[in-house]
Design a protein around this ligand. Structure first.
Ligand code: HEM
Length: 399
């Protein structure tokens, strides 16, 4: 494959099914190279890791949207993401992130182990003998967990699932008109529901994360009402489809690597390494973007102007042979895996410990409780560039 074909393939449905050959071509070409207009691609692990932590880079925020799309607030799907910490820069980002991190603590996540285990067992009990793993496990688990964490009742989960799925298209660089209309509707409905939930917890606080965030926002006036709402929407949607993709992709990889699956059946301690390697091998988030705020030295004699957009290919960085020998081999015994799948620096994924915990509980239990679990048909990829995963994964449970 030549260089031009490799770039083009990332914008084609067939190329997106397996982008790794194209990433190899692009990375061999250069660690960073120019794309469209004022945009550059970044492909190597070393450069992606360095730039994610570079304080001279920033994310696109509401000031950029005000300039390029004055009506962006009209689309409530777009607005809820743009107003969240994901698309906010310092000093606001540091303030909002600190408040969210103080409530979404390691202790709160660790306390979810029992809820996650119970939910995993319940879902396994209910799995039909022939089923689509994505629909009957990989979707319901993360939504149940994030709803439990935020204090959203079980009866609302199905409703949330569809809204969250409709909203995530705004994370893609290209979406159809129809998708944008659905994202707007989902944004409006989620905002209406969460506004009610916030009011309820303001009156009657509970032990959940929503109450903790409302208290943090109100006590010291740390968050505006708009920020509180947008970040609650973000927690719901950021934690959902990404983790669904980790579960679907991970199961498919394990079923194709029976030696590792066997080891996981008998040794749950192997789970953290397996989950890290799944994250590296097929990252649920394939890219993220930044803009330069100062002239950027690429470290190889080249400099980028202020205002250049950098598209960081996380999926390519994770398969960089300079960082991971034999990168296309699935090998949980690699030392020091540390993929860039959760990003890095100030915007490092706030939900990484939760996502890891869900996968670390789910895989050993699925494999040990269903020892004959097998693929029963052709998995179908979702046609997305940023959020990578399966639309369906047909399995037989063997039970
Ligand atoms: C940010 C990936 C699960 C909440 C991010 C970023 C990545 C990412 C790459 C950084 C984006 C950037 O730098 O531009 C993932 C993956 C997940 C996952 C691969 C699952 C396998 C979760 C979960 C939650 C969550 C479970 C919460 C319940 C967030 C939040 C941010 C974020 C709030 C924004 C942090 C900030 O801007 O400071 N995630 N995520 N994520 N993630 Fe996750």
């Amino acid at each position: 494959m030549d260089f031009e074909t490799a770039v083009g393939s990332l914008f084609q449905p067939e190329g997106r099914i397996d982008p790794y050959p194209a990433y190899d071509v692009l990375r061999s070409h250069a660690a960073a190279f120019p794309g469209m207009e004022n945009q550059w691609w970044v492909t190597s692990h070393a450069l992606v890791s360095r730039l994610l932590r570079d304080p001279g880079l920033r994310v696109a925020d509401k000031s950029d949207y005000d300039r390029s799309w004055p009506d962006w607030r009209q689309n409530r799907g777009v607005a809820s993401v743009v107003l969240s910490m994901l698309q906010t820069n310092p000093p606001d980002h540091s303030r909002v992130r600190r408040a969210a991190a103080a409530t979404f603590t390691a202790r709160r996540v660790a306390a979810m182990r029992e809820v996650i285990t119970a939910q995993v067992d319940e879902l396994i009990d209910e799995l039909p003998a022939e089923t689509d793993f994505v629909g009957s496990f990989a979707y319901p688990l993360p939504i149940a967990v994030i709803c439990a964490l935020l204090g959203i009742p079980e009866s609302e989960r199905r409703w949330f699932r569809q809204r969250a799925a409709d909203l995530t298209v705004v994370l893609e660089p290209i979406s159809s008109e129809e998708e944008m209309v659905r994202a707007d509707k989902a944004g409006r409905e989620l905002e209406a529901y969460l506004t009610g939930l916030i009011a309820d917890r303001r009156n009657t606080p509970r032990e959940d994360l929503t109450s903790a965030l409302v208290a943090a926002a109100d006590d010291d006036q740390v968050l505006t009402g708009e920020e509180l709402l947008a970040n609650l929407v973000l927690l719901l949607v950021a934690g959902f489809e990404t983790t669904t993709n980790l579960l679907g992709t991970g199961l498919e990889i394990l079923l194709k690597h029976p030696r590792e699956a066997d080891r996981l059946r008998s040794d749950a301690e192997f789970a953290p390494a397996v989950v890290e390697e799944i994250l590296r091998y097929d990252s649920p988030v394939q890219l993220t973007s930044r803009f330069t705020t100062t002239p950027l030295d690429l470290g190889d004699g080249r400099h980028l102007d202020v205002g250049t957009m950098l598209t960081m290919l996380l999926g390519s960085a994770n398969r960089d042979p300079d960082r991971y020998p034999d990168p296309h081999r699935f090998d949980p015994d690699r030392p020091n895996i540390q993929p860039v799948s959760f990003g890095g620096g100030a915007h490092y994924c706030l939900g990484a410990p939760l996502a890891r915990l869900e996968a670390q509980v789910a895989f050993p239990r699925l494999l040990s409780r269903l020892p004959r679990l097998a693929l029963s048909g052709e998995p179908v990829r979702r046609d997305r560039l940023v959020l990578r995963g399966y639309a369906s994964l047909p399995i037989t449970t063997g039970a």
